[in-house]
Design a protein around this ligand. Structure first.
Ligand code: IYR
Length: 224
């Protein structure tokens, strides 16, 4: 049986004169370019309402067939954060000591990452992002989702940008494998952990690696 059609409504997004569009694009870039992956977090608390607003932005992402195949677990509970740190550090020890091939370890060496993840306890919030491999209808029957990794990736990008815009620091953290997160957080098997987004304020005096971003001509080509 095909699904019911959806009514159309007028588009409500704003239009600007071109000069203003250019200024807005420049301003947004100036904001975006200051975002950095932070690894030293303060334990200063963050109002939950800020996180809620940023999650609404994440939930505005486009998704395959509008299935919105994501779930965000916002973890502020210290005991759960401790369990997540234990699970992640267990996997990371395996990664750094056994699983990672040499080329990968060499690629990470300049960034100075290792298997210690104190930020998983010190940061006020961990947002664990789950990708829903399939949905459930009102009868509990499986429904198909489409372009799940793409949809969740876009929502995550919006979330990171919204948090940065609000003035918060983030780190995308991907211990591998991440199945332990389903157990700790009681999420169903149909949800696959996509990443942990660590959220908070940077620790005082926090530093970041002195990396450069590729230039426009390195990342884009125009064929007009
Ligand atoms: N998950 C590990 C390893 C790691 C992998 C990549 I690719 C990075 O850009 C950074 C770290 C860790 O978090 O240390």
């Amino acid at each position: 049986m095909s699904e019911p059609t959806i009514d159309s409504v007028a588009l409500t997004s704003a239009a600007y004169p071109e000069q203003e569009m250019l200024q807005r694009a420049r301003d947004f870039y100036q904001l975006a370019r200051t975002r950095r992956s932070v690894r030293d977090f303060s334990d200063r608390t963050v109002p939950r309402e800020i996180i809620e607003q940023c999650l609404l932005t994440a939930g505005s992402a486009p998704s395959g067939a509008n299935r919105q195949p994501w779930h965000f677990c916002v973890v502020g509970n210290p005991e759960l954060k401790r369990e997540i740190r234990e699970g992640a550090e267990h996997e990371e020890r395996e990664f750094y000591q056994r699983r990672a091939p040499d080329d990968w370890l060499q690629a990470l060496a300049p960034l100075g990452t290792d298997d210690h993840k104190p930020f998983l306890e010190s940061a006020p919030y961990l947002i664990v992002i789950f990708a829903q491999k399939h949905g459930l209808d009102a009868q509990g029957k499986k429904t198909k989702n489409y372009y799940v990794p793409e949809s969740v990736g876009i929502a995550t990008g919006l979330l990171i940008t919204a948090l940065h815009h609000a003035g918060l620091a983030t780190l995308t953290h991907t211990p591998s494998p991440m199945k332990f997160l389903n157990t700790i957080l009681g999420r169903p098997q149909r949800e696959k952990p996509a990443m942990i987004l660590v959220v908070g304020y940077p620790a005082e005096g926090a530093t970041v690696p002195d990396i450069q971003r590729k230039t426009l001509s390195e990342i884009a080509s125009f064929l007009d």
